[in-house]
Design a protein around this ligand. Sequence first.
Ligand code: ADE
Length: 224
Amino acid sequence: MRIDIITVLPELLQSPFEASILKRAIDKGLVAVHTHNLRDFSTNRYRQIDDYQFGGGAGMVMMVEPIDKCITMLKSEREYDEIIYMTPDGDTLSQGIANELSLKENIIILCGHYKGVDQRVRDHFITREISIGDFVLSGGELAAAVLCDAVIRLLPGVLGNETSALTDSFQDNLLAPPIYTRPADYKGWKVPEILTSGNTPKIEQWRETEALKRTQQRRPDLLE
Ligand code: ADE
């Protein structure tokens, strides 16, 4: 998979890809992540990429031309399955969307700033708009990093234990059950006995019951 991220703040998109699972996925060649500084596509000697909005009002708008130039350059090099715009008014990111995107070959992610992008960018280039939740960030970069993390960890070979993404919360519309590790008794706080019984079918049954209980208590909407 290849991910091209268009941003005015490439610095914000460095460290998430330089540590842990995402770094390993990149080092293994399972994904390539490229960031593109939108200012490099400005046609103006001040490297300007935003301007005042027509009709007046506070806040700058990201101009169509630099974005067009960047996307057109990328599209001349390969075909893209999706051109995603990170925006608080997009579809809320879910495990289902992450699963779907993990099957794509090449995607572009455009990070918004200021008031957002000129509507013509959305009308003519963007194939999908994604929000990471009902709150407003100062830019789309951190949202893009969240999306990349959710997608990349699903790529085959990224997680050590191949089954572990399958048992995540949300993969079957259930939250994950409680988990424990050694010691079995810490200050008298004991691990449920069933988990140390070695009875695998019983343990599986217990986990299913606990997952259902937790979902009923915390996220009954997932069961509807
Ligand atoms: N840009 C600003 N806020 C955002 C959000 N909640 N999700 C995605 N992109 C954003």
